[in-house]
Design a protein around this ligand. Sequence first.
Ligand code: GLU
Length: 441
Amino acid sequence: MTKTSNGAGGQPLENVDYHAIGMSSLDASDPFIIAQRQLDTAAELLALDEPTHQMLRWPLREMHAHLPVRMDDGRIHVFHGFRVQYNDARGPCKGGIRFHPLETIDTVRALAAWMTWKTAVVDVPLGGGKGGIVCDPTTLSAGELERLSRAYVRQMARILGLEKDVPAPDVYTTPQIMAWMMDEYSVIQGHNEFGMITGKPLPLGGSEGRGDATARGGVYVMQEAARIAKLDLGKATYSIQGFGNAGSNAARIIADELGGTVVAVGEIDGTIYNARGLDVHALEEHFRRTRGVRGFKGGDFMPNSRACLELTCDVLVPAALENQITADNAGRVKARLLLELANGPTTPEADAILTDKGVLLLPDFLANAGGVTVSYFEMVQNAYGYYWDLDLVRERLLRKMTAAFRAVHEAAQTHQVPNRLAAYLVAVNRVAQAMKLRGWV
Ligand code: GLU
């Protein structure tokens, strides 16, 4: 047995062999260890009983698969894929599929845990799950991507479905990939099942407003928080890390709809900065062509993708990957408000530093829950076969995000705790209640 400080309340569990259950790392920066530590703090405050706490510390079930895919050169490459079904007490598991070269089972577990808290905090009748394939999608042709996506569904079909587990896009996965996956699943079932996956293209049962829902939901949360903090978002400056779906849509909504000034964008190749504001539309065009920010004429380039985290701005928007704001750089964060559109961008050590500095933190599974909220709307529309217009989607998203923020804010006031812990209190309590009512614990 491996001893770690990974058990309930920071103690190792005597009966768990951590290597045997496939923990890919026992490092304090491992996202799943972080997710468990965050839960432990909430469990203590909520005085959860031991079985409830243990059920929430671990995924209910998970599947690992090996995926043989014929590459364009005729050879077969075997990829590794995962799907983690963390908790389905409140409804079918829900969460994206990531394609990433550094994917690990622990990262997928952490993300699946965060999906469980995310669906609970916005109070949609879904659980939490996540999937991943270890691959570098930038090196794959469209044909290889399609065959890989279909191979994943062929292996996972037995655990997916409307009533079981409903995937969606995430890092490096797109509406086109969702379409291939839906098609493969439908072929296996012998009939169309549009609702088995969300984030689909509009002609195949996608929802209006799903494309920018993660960013827009975050902006709605930020607007509600700014009202209380008396921060004028139109006069504020913003620095954004990541220019994928969440980051680029956030930049556009901030510039076009809030009238805010986006002063910096960080991407894999570096950070582009202009104190007078970047032209986000021109940057989008540049990014579409080059997949980076280097060479953009409208700002100064710094060859460091994390430089954007430390620049002078009012609002910092991490919208890329986990573990970006750490004990090393948190002290140099200048923003007053942190809008976490990425999953897990801030480590617990960094969290403590930011809290001490008085940064107003809008935690990931609240701030980025707009995506899964519109995914839920998409499932409802698929089930009805009746589709809503964009105004209705946005109106309902606004209502969900505002209610979620208010519940978290109220918990923060009542318990005198930071927003992240408050969000945990709200979400964990809802999942624990569902498990209790079902008689699991
Ligand atoms: N991948 C997104 C997330 O992390 C969306 C999940 C979904 O729509 O199911 O929230």
